[in-house]
Design a protein around this ligand. Structure first.
Ligand code: AMP
Ligand code: GLY
Length: 422
C-alpha cells in the first residue's frame, strides 16, 4: 500500500532522507516541510514552522501521513514527536523529555554516569569563581560547554587559564548564549580522532549505522572557525564493524536502558559524538537526530527499504541488528556560500547542478532557493552537499570532488581535504 511520509526540516540531511525514502518499494508519497529548492524536485514541499508542534501535527493530519520523520533538533526540543504521537501519528524522533539528551549537556552527563558510559570527567558550575576552582583541579586543557542548545557554538576548548576564564565569563556573566549558558559543564580535555556513531532506537532495539565523521572547521587541515560541517565520510577505516558493535554495547544500549528505567524511554536516532582517546573511547555529546552532514554520507549507502526501516521504528518495531548498507564507502563534500560561517551572502546564482547530477552523484540541497527568474540561488551558509560512493574511500572522494568541481557560484567555498588520508 502506498504510504505517505512527512519529513520535517529543510536542509541537506532532509534532502538525503527524502532521496532514501523515494527509493523505497511502493512509490511512497513524500511531503517535506519546509523543504528547499532541491527537495522540491523529489517531494512535495509545504511551508511549516518546525518549532510549532501544533502546526507539525496539523500538516501531518492534513496529508494523512502514515508516519513522520523529524530531521532537525528544533521540532524535537519543542515537543513535535509528543504532539504527533498524541494525535495517533507515528513519529521517528524522541519525546521532548528524552530530547534532553541533546538539549542539556548536564542531563546527558548525568545519564552517562548513571549508565556507566565512558565519558570525560566533568563538573557543573553556575559562576566563574567555582569554574576556575574546577579548572585548577582538572588541569588544562578543559572543554567549557554551555548546558543548553547554542547552535553548535557553545563549546570552547581552553588551553590557558585566561581562555577558560574568558569562556566561563562569556557564558555565565556576559550571557552570550542566553539561558543556554546559565549552567556550564566543564570537562577534562581529551585528545584523539572523533567518530560519529548513529543508531536508530525503538524499545530495546538498536540498529546502528556504520561509523561516520564530519569535518567541522571551515578550512583545510581543520583550521579556522567551526561550521555546521564541511563534509563527511562513512565508514571510518579504524572503526571495524566489531568495534562499532562494541561501542553500541558500551554507549547506546546502556543509555536506552537507563532512559527506560527513568520512565523517559528514548526512541528515534541516538547519535553519539565520540573521541577515540589513548585510554579508550569517550562520549563527548549526544544528538537525538540524524547528524548533518553525516546523513549525507550514510544514506547513500543504505541497502534496505527506508520506508520500512524508518516507518517501522516510528511505530516501535525495529530489528535489533545493524542497518544494512552497501560496502562501498561514501564521501560528501559541502559547498558553502561566500561569508560562511559568518553572515553568508544570499542570492548568488548556482551553475552546474545538472552536470554534477549527470555524473551519478547525489547533490543534496541545504541553503538554496529558486529566484523570480527560476534560477537556483544561494540562500544559506551551507548550500549543497555533493555525495558519491566508490569502491574505496579514495575513489569515493575523487568522484565526489569531480562532481563538486562542476558546480560554481560567486564566492563558493569548499574544503579540499574531506576524507583525505583515511
Ligand atoms: P560537543 O558539542 O560537546 O561535541 O563539542 C564540540 C567539539 O568540541 C567536539 O567535536 C570536540 O572537537 C570538542 N570537544 C568537546 N569536548 C571535548 C573534550 N572533553 N576534550 C577535548 N575536546 C572536546
Ligand atoms: N554533525 C553534527 C551535527 O549534526 O550536529
Amino acid at each position: 500500500m502506498q504510504q505517505t511520509v512527512l519529513v520535517v526540516g529543510g536542509g541537506g540531511r532532509e534532502h538525503a532522507l527524502v532521496r532514501a525514502l523515494a527509493r523505497a518499494e511502493g512509490n511512497p508519497n513524500i511531503v517535506c516541510a519546509p523543504g528547499n529548492a532541491g527537495i522540491a524536485q523529489h517531494a512535495q514541499i509545504r511551508p511549516l514552522d518546525v518549532s510549532a508542534p501544533a502546526a507539525v501535527t496539523a500538516l501531518a493530519r492534513s496529508i494523512s501521513a502514515d508516519f513522520a520523520v523529524l530531521g532537525p533538533e528544533a521540532p524535537l526540543v519543542t515537543g513535535a514527536a509528543d504532539a504527533l504521537r498524541a494525535a495517533g501519528i507515528p513519529a521517528l524522533g524522541p519525546s521532548l523529555a528524552a530530547a534532553r539528551l541533546e538539549a542539556s549537556k548536564t542531563f546527558a552527563k548525568e545519564i552517562m554516569v548513571a549508565a556507566g558510559v565512558p565519558t570525560a570527567r566533568a563538573a557543573t558550575v553556575t559562576d566563574v569563581a567555582a569554574g576556575l576552582k574546577v579548572i585548577d583541579t582538572f588541569g588544562l586543557p578543559v572543554a567549557i560547554k554551555a548546558d543548553g542548545l547554542a547552535a553548535g557554538k557553545g563549546v570552547v576548548v581552553a588551553h590557558t587559564r585566561a581562555e577558560a576564564a574568558h569562556a566561563l565569563a562569556d557564558a555565565l556573566e556576559r550571557r552570550v548564549f542566553g539561558d543556554a549558558g546559565e549552567i556550564v559543564l566543564i570537562e577534562e580535555g581529551l585528545t584523539g580522532p572523533e567518530v560519529s556513531l548513529l543508531a536508530i532506537c525503538a524499545g530495546a532495539s538498536v540498529a546502528r549505522f556504520p561509523a561516520a565523521r564530519d569535518y567541522k572547521p571551515i578550512g583545510d587541515g581543520n583550521t579556522g572557525p567551526n561550521t555546521g560541517g564541511m563534509g563527511s565520510v562513512s565508514p571510518i577505516p579504524d572503526i571495524s564493524d566489531a568495534e562499532a558493535d562494541r561501542l553500541i554495547d558500551a554507549v547506546h544500549r546502556p543509555v536506552v536502558a537507563e532512559m527506560a528505567r527513568r520512565g523517559i524511554p528514548f526512541s528515534g536516532v541516538l547519535y553519539a559524538g565520540l573521541m577515540m582517546t589513548p585510554d579508550g573511547p569517550r562520549v563527548l555529546e549526544f544528538n537525538v537526530r540524524f547528524g548533518d552532514p553525516e546523513t549525507q554520507a550514510l544514506l547513500p549507502r543504505l541497502a534496505e527499504d527506508a520506508v520500512e526501516l524508518l516507518g517501522g521504528a516510528a511505530r516501535g518495531s525495529l530489528p535489533d541488528r545493524p542497518v544494512r548498507v552497501h560496502e562501498d564507502p561514501c564521501v560528501a563534500v559541502v559547498l558553502a556560500a561566500a561569508g560562511y560561517p559568518g553572515t553568508p551572502r544570499h542570492g548568488d546564482v548556482i551553475t552546474g547542478l545538472d552536470d554534477a547530477m549527470a555524473t551519478g552523484a547525489e547533490v543534496y540541497h541545504a541553503g538554496t532557493r529558486t529566484n523570480d527568474t527560476g534560477q537556483i540561488v544561494t540562500a544559506g551558509g551551507r548550500v549543497l552537499a555533493v555525495a558519491q560512493r566508490g569502491i574505496t574511500i579514495a575513489e569515493a572522494r575523487a568522484r565526489a570532488y569531480a562532481a563538486a568541481d562542476l558546480i560554481a557560484w560567486e564566492g563558493m567555498q569548499m574544503r579540499r581535504d574531506i576524507a583525505l588520508n583515511l
